[in-house]
Unconditional design. Structure first.
Length: 320
């Protein structure tokens, strides 16, 4: 597995790293599903142990994933997995208190809760989970001050900033000055360069992590018909899973990748991950791994595409 230097942190992490949103289980915020169905805790723990055994030693979680469930699963493993061998990241800001997730009292409570659930005294990266800092950005200054207070106190090593939107992270990165940014990027949904975030990352020597490069499994091309998800699964509200023409196109893309990269053990995964990390030397991709076989497959990914293959993969998926 190729490793990358995560910008100015100096951390060396696998180009394919472990995302644990899928370890949350089903969850709703109000009427909106925000979790994942089909979670088996034993299988999830087994996936994490397998990931460590295969050298996938950068794990990303959040206090909001299952209201701490993902963090608890990780914290249960330190008798088997050496804590010092894992680059561990979590987030703060989505679990709302009386007013807002970035209200100082709420942030302090969530930081304390994360360390307790993760059974560690320090996390390597703490992300501000999103770029909604309240009306008129009223919580921005206090959130920045508090995350640096956590760093001074030794609770975290590096500061991160995350959002679904590259444009939002590009807007707030100059104020927050994060060491690492984390944004959504896939071959079909990619604003990393057009938003200006790539330029900011380059000039600031920051690291970058891309989440959901498989678009929640959609891009793997495995769906013959629109799937049905259990209540509390965020995929149930995503229209792309109900688009029959898109599903057919993605199946065709899958077959094309198998023909283009027959020598790669994981041709589809390698192409989809390579499409988001091959043009960014300080980037890793976060993949969900809920079963040991997921971690074994992830460890076989060849995440490098040469410029010609990179362009071919992008044109293939965007040809619809």
């Amino acid at each position: 597995m190729r490793h990358v230097r995560l910008g100015r942190t100096g951390l060396e992490v696998p180009a394919v790293s472990v995302g644990t949103w899928g370890h949350s289980g089903p969850k709703r915020v109000g009427r909106h599903p925000v979790g994942w169905s089909g979670l088996d805790d034993d299988a999830a723990r087994g996936a994490l142990v397998t990931a460590w055994q295969r050298g996938l030693t950068h794990w990303d979680t959040a206090d909001a994933y299952g209201s701490g469930h993902s963090e608890r699963l990780i914290g249960e493993l330190w008798d088997e997995v050496p804590r010092e061998e894992i680059v561990l990241a979590t987030k703060v800001g989505w679990e709302f208190g009386r007013s807002h997730g970035y209200e100082p009292g709420q942030m302090r409570a969530q930081m304390e809760g994360s360390l307790e659930r993760l059974r560690t005294s320090q996390v390597d990266i703490l992300y501000l989970h999103h770029c909604d800092f309240g009306p008129d950005d009223r919580y921005l200054e206090s959130a920045i001050a508090l995350i640096h207070e956590f760093r001074t106190a030794g609770h975290i090593r590096w500061v991160g900033l995350s959002d679904w939107s590259s444009a939002k992270v590009a807007r707030y990165a100059p104020s927050v000055d994060p060491d690492v940014v984390q944004v959504y990027r896939s071959v079909l949904d990619d604003a990393y360069h057009s938003s200006g975030l790539a330029d900011w990352v380059f000039h600031s020597s920051a690291g970058v992590c891309f989440f959901s490069p498989l678009q929640h499994g959609l891009l793997l091309g495995g769906y013959v018909s629109p799937p049905t998800f259990e209540p509390g699964d965020h995929r149930s509200r995503r229209p792309e899973f109900r688009d029959r023409a898109l599903l057919a196109h993605l199946r065709e893309c899958r077959h094309a990748l198998e023909g283009r990269f027959p020598e790669r053990p994981q041709p589809i995964l390698s192409a989809l991950v390579g499409a988001v990390v091959s043009d960014e030397p300080a980037a890793c991709a976060l993949l969900g791994m809920r079963r040991p076989e997921h971690a074994r497959a992830a460890a076989e990914i060849d995440a490098e595409l040469d410029p010609r293959d990179l362009e071919w993969v992008r044109k293939l998926y965007r040809s619809r």
